[in-house]
Design a protein around this ligand. Structure first.
Ligand SMILES: [Fe+2]
Ligand SMILES: [Fe+2]
Length: 328
């Protein structure tokens, strides 16, 4: 089945909703796998849009390259419904509630090593579809391997290895994840005006915050120059993983920025939200821009041999996560 078809199913029938009251474990597993499959297709379609739009080699120019533009439009068609829903629902209220659930003292936090998390994410995504480009574990290893091949530091290699593990959030019911829209997709700040450079900016008209007396103003609840550490970015796999690893790893600030901002395309690719940055954020921006090609363009590389690479990466994981298990 083509990715577009699956996304249509997801949005027409509300199949993407992760909230179910099913107490049967088998049904839960099937639902997890269904959700994982939809997640993979939505995530791939989102990556298609960004990889065509930001392909540095072809220097995408809508007015010149008609064939590429056609490809780009097709890719956009596949994600339009997804972004319409996301842009309507990512509000300040939703984001505060999501963080409240994450930090709730009563939330049972699953305990897993990084490698176990990689295997869990992989297992929850159905690989039976021949159209599916790469499994999750392969995408993570490809990103890490491309970074390693280029002689980049070990902390950046491990960042490539883990950067999408936040997608596991979809399978932890206590986080109250609603569907695909609060897991994947480009991210943006909430609490201030939605920038025109976010994909499908017109779809924010349906977001109640777009009419809010404070949240709809250029700086909203933020002071100019406050620094992105103080800005609430739309809740999803980037933000979730950042909150998991920031206090449970030996990763440097640049690595944490790569994790937190890797889907923040309006910022790292479109130049938006400069007003909110502090001096330090400019270094973080350079780090995220250096990371981005390894996320977007390593997918065409050779499929990695998981078992062969495992010993190298287990050692790397130990270096930056010496405690072993993390609380997720
Ligand atoms: Fe990602
Ligand atoms: Fe990725």
């Amino acid at each position: 089945m083509a990715p577009g078809a699956l996304i249509d199913v997801a949005y027409d029938d509300d199949n993407n909703n992760n909230n179910n009251n099913n107490n049967n474990n088998n049904d839960k597993n099937i639902n997890n796998i269904n959700n994982g499959t939809i997640l993979e297709h939505v995530s791939d379609a989102i990556d298609d849009v960004n990889s065509i739009k930001y392909d540095t080699k072809s220097k995408f120019d809508a007015t010149k390259d008609k064939a590429t533009f056609r490809q780009y439009e097709d890719a956009c068609d596949r994600v339009r419904g997804f972004y319409r829903e996301q842009h309507e629902k990512q509000t300040v209220a939703y984001n505060l509630a999501a963080r409240g659930r994450f930090y709730s003292a009563s939330r049972p936090r699953p305990r897993m090593t990084i490698w176990q998390a990689m295997e869990k994410l992989d297992a929850l995504v159905d690989e039976s579809d021949p159209d599916t480009s790469l499994s999750q574990i392969e995408h993570l290893l490809q990103s890490a391997e491309a970074i390693r091949r280029d002689g980049k530091p070990r902390w950046m290699q491990v960042t490539g290895l883990i950067h999408d593990l936040g997608k596991l959030m979809l399978f932890f019911p206590e986080l109250g994840t609603q569907g695909q829209w609060d897991v994947v997709g480009d991210t943006f700040p909430v609490g201030c005006a939605f920038d025109e450079r976010i994909i499908y900016p017109e779809t924010f008209a349906a977001n109640p915050d777009a009419q809010h007396p404070v949240y709809s103003t250029p700086h909203g609840i933020y002071a100019p120059g406050c620094g992105l550490d103080n800005v609430m970015l739309s809740w999803g796999h980037d933000e979730y993983l950042y909150h998991v690893v920031k206090d449970q790893s030996r990763l440097p600030p640049e690595a944490l920025a790569m994790i937190r901002y890797h889907s923040f395309y309006p910022w790292h690719r479109e130049g938006a939200y400069r007003d909110l940055m502090c001096d330090r954020d400019w270094d973080m921006l350079r780090a995220v821009q250096a990371f981005n090609p390894y996320d977007l363009y390593s997918k065409s590389d050779e499929v990695p041999r998981v078992e062969e690479l495992k010993p190298y990466y287990l050692e790397l994981i130990d270096e930056f996560f010496p405690q072993g298990e993390l609380e997720w």
